[in-house]
Design a protein around this ligand. Structure first.
Ligand code: ZN
Length: 159
């Protein structure tokens, strides 16, 4: 089964910019209740979508004290556990990040490794790509960051 996830966050000065668990040096960061990690949020929605298990807002509501101050890495790990409990495992992940600045090419490998660890998946099965919005639209004006993630999941083979 395949699943697609999309997320966007507004950017503002003085906020940390966390992408796939990596804190990127930046003047602007995501405005959010959580760490505002668009890559991990889109990944959670892709995983839930592939398993037809709802969406991130249903599983990790802002109002739930259990998730107050939780990192988005914990959302991903919890979702992987949820899939496993349904007999499902991840086959591969492909993420695309759209951000005008700063350039994040130096951080892509670390992002892949963080996704790999959180999803218990070899790093060779994790792709992270990045592009800009050519200075047009809200991303192009530096007002936001967006991510799209597609995942393939399969069933866990009985031993
Ligand atoms: Zn989000």
């Amino acid at each position: 089964m395949v699943g697609l996830g999309y997320d966007v966050h507004r950017l503002a000065e003085g906020r940390p910019l966390v992408l796939a668990g990596v804190t990127i040096p930046s003047e602007k960061g995501a405005v959010a209740h959580s760490d505002g990690d668009v890559v991990f949020h889109a990944l959670v929605d892709a995983l839930l979508g592939a398993a037809a298990l709802g969406d991130i807002g249903e599983w990790f509501p802002d109002t739930d004290a259990r998730w107050k101050g939780a990192s988005s890495t914990q959302f991903v790990e919890h979702t992987i556990g949820l899939l496993a409990s349904h007999g499902l495992r991840v086959v591969n992940i492909d993420a695309t990040l759209v951000l005008e600045s700063p350039k994040i090419s130096a951080f892509k490998q670390e992002m892949r490794e963080n996704i790999s660890r959180a999803c218990q998946l070899p790093v060779q099965r994790v792709s992270v790509k990045a592009t800009t919005s050519e200075r047009i639209g809200f991303v192009g004006r530096g007002e936001g960051v967006e991510a799209t993630v597609i995942v393939l999941i399969g069933t866990i083979e009985p031993r």
